[in-house]
Design a protein around this ligand. Structure first.
Ligand SMILES: C[S@@+](CC[C@H](N)C(=O)[O-])C[C@H]1O[C@@H](n2cnc3c(N)ncnc32)[C@H](O)[C@@H]1O
Length: 173
């Protein structure tokens, strides 16, 4: 249980993010759309120095992260007005562990659906009973959800759970 929360899940998420970033970049080329990354590759890991030394992805043509580096658009995903900067169906969108900070995930995913025109990939959040019950609080008090990996080419529902092992989330995408 401890091992899953602090080792297996973060390592699996790291390699999944790497693979999915490559896929999302290829997909963006194929769709002839720019790539939007939600999540700064330079920061954000539990051990921050690890992200800058061993980033799990690269920046997108646009990268959104509220506390991101200078290359990022420092936007709050919960500020629905700021999503208006982006046109409908204008990006392939990939997110890496940021949507867990949604205050209302349905409102945020509605914007991602609109901006991506349905082209969305996510490497998902950290998993494990200990993480979902307790340890997430040591990372950030603003983390609300742990979401499952998602690829709009394969999945119809974006799923996950409210942290604290509360209700499950299942959103049609
Ligand atoms: C788990 S990290 C994601 C990037 C990281 N390289 C990774 O994949 O492990 C979570 C990121 O979410 C950002 N973040 C937290 N709250 C946010 C918000 N409300 N809006 C946008 N970004 C937010 C943090 O700055 C942090 O970089």
């Amino acid at each position: 249980m401890v091992l899953r929360s602090i080792l297996i899940s973060p390592v699996a998420r790291y390699f999944r993010t790497k693979r999915m970033f490559f896929e999302a970049s290829e997909y963006a080329k194929q769709k002839e759309k720019p790539l939007m990354m939600i999540g700064d590759p330079c920061s954000g890991n539990y051990f921050h120095f690890m992200s800058s030394m061993f980033p799990n992805s690269e920046h997108g043509d646009v990268t959104i992260d509220l506390y991101g580096c200078q290359e990022c658009n420092r936007m709050d995903i919960n500020d629905i007005d700021s999503w208006k900067l982006f046109d409908d169906d204008s990006f392939v969108v990939m997110e890496t562990g940021v949507l867990g900070f949604s205050e209302d995930i349905e409102r945020v995913i509605t914007q991602i659906k609109r901006v991506s025109g349905g082209d969305f990939l996510s490497a998902g959040g950290n998993k494990g009973l200990l993480w979902e019950m307790l340890l997430y609080k040591t990372y950030s008090k603003k983390l609300n959800y742990t979401m499952n990996p998602f690829d709009s080419r394969k999945h119809r529902h974006y799923t996950g759970r409210k942290l604290g092992r509360k209700e499950k989330v299942k959103l049609e995408f």
